[in-house]
Design a protein around this ligand. Structure first.
Ligand SMILES: NC(=O)c1ccc[n+]([C@@H]2O[C@H](COP(=O)([O-])OP(=O)(O)OC[C@H]3O[C@@H](n4cnc5c(N)ncnc54)[C@H](OP(=O)(O)O)[C@@H]3O)[C@@H](O)[C@H]2O)c1
Length: 274
């Protein structure tokens, strides 16, 4: 999702992109990575490849680990060997998700809320261990959605077009983040020479999933009634962060509110109310 959406945004910002995905490049295979990187000389690598099935990671931890931990380390070593700057995407799931005031980039991560988060935290650590300081940026984001792929807004809009009522959890807080805005923030961070750890999310403060869903349905002009409920009513294999809001910590970043970004997404996908 992010890779496909970000490529045109990076290009528009003046960064030509050579994109790669499975099977052309497997980040957990040093040989495959070497072939890809040597065929596409670059200055910066943005690693958006990951095992992202949060529930699936509970029972398929080896598979998740291969991409999120071993893969992240392999990308970092390949970048370090070639002198490339690495932007590595990570997640709020590296935190326990129990802090109502949210997490800043300087807060120590862990224990991660679930198996997916544990593999992503291992990946962050592998990147920091392999890359020279100042030559990498771990960019954590959350509640990411975009024009391609599966996402929370896509599911809400599909379900609410088919149903008269939709129950959505009202006790998970976070920052909905549009892929275009994340891409824009990465460009700004690169231009500012940022390194280390950054939190890149849309602004407007934390909201619950219910509040986000309600805003989506209203802005899409759908008649569905959105009803708040508790996470306990929808048990899932993986725990979710209740209070995982990522505080930005960088006042100079171009941050749009989640509501403005959401309206852009609805227009871009032809789903905005007439
Ligand atoms: N989506 C969110 O809400 C969210 C929130 C916070 C952070 N993030 C992070 O943001 C990044 C991008 O997420 P996304 O939502 O765009 O994920 P996505 O749509 O699932 O894309 C990840 C891509 O990585 C590919 N991949 C998996 N293993 C690979 C490997 N070994 N080598 C090469 N490619 C591989 C996947 O291919 P297959 O589909 O074939 O497996 C998929 O195309 C990830 O680091 C994710 O952890 C996402």
């Amino acid at each position: 999702m992010f890779g496909r959406d970000a490529a045109p945004a990076f290009e528009a910002a003046g960064f030509p992109v050579a994109g790669g995905d499975l099977p052309a490049v497997d980040i957990a295979s040093p040989e495959s990575l070497a072939r890809f990187l040597d065929a596409h000389p670059a200055d910066v690598v943005v690693n958006a490849a990951a095992y992202t099935d949060v529930d699936g990671a509970e029972s398929r931890v080896d598979e998740a680990s291969r991409a999120n931990a071993a893969g992240a380390g392999a990308v970092a070593r390949a970048c370090a060997e070639r002198g490339l700057f690495l932007v590595h995407l990570s997640t709020d799931h590296v935190f326990p998700g129990d802090r109502p005031h949210g997490y800043s980039p300087g807060d120590p991560p862990g224990p991660a809320v679930n198996a997916y988060g544990r593999t992503k935290l291992e990946g962050e650590r592998a990147v920091a261990a392999a890359m020279p300081p100042g030559r990498f940026l771990v960019c954590r984001t959350q509640w990411l959605y975009g024009r391609t792929g599966r996402s929370f807004p896509d599911a809400i809009l599909r379900l609410s077009a088919a149903r008269g009522e939709l129950r959505v959890v009202d006790d998970q807080w976070g920052a909905p983040t549009y892929t275009d805005d994340l891409a824009g923030q990465i460009v700004a961070l690169l231009r500012a020479g940022a390194a280390g750890i950054a939190h890149a999310v849309n602004g407007g403060g934390p909201v619950t999933r219910f509040r986000f869903a309600e805003a989506l349905v209203k802005a899409a002009g759908l008649a569905c009634r959105v009803v708040p409920c508790a996470t306990a009513e929808f048990p899932r294999p993986a725990a979710r962060p209740r209070h995982g809001w990522l505080r930005q910590g960088l006042p100079t970043l171009p941050v749009r509110s989640w509501e403005v970004a959401m309206c852009d997404y609805l227009r871009a996908t032809g789903r905005a109310a007439a």
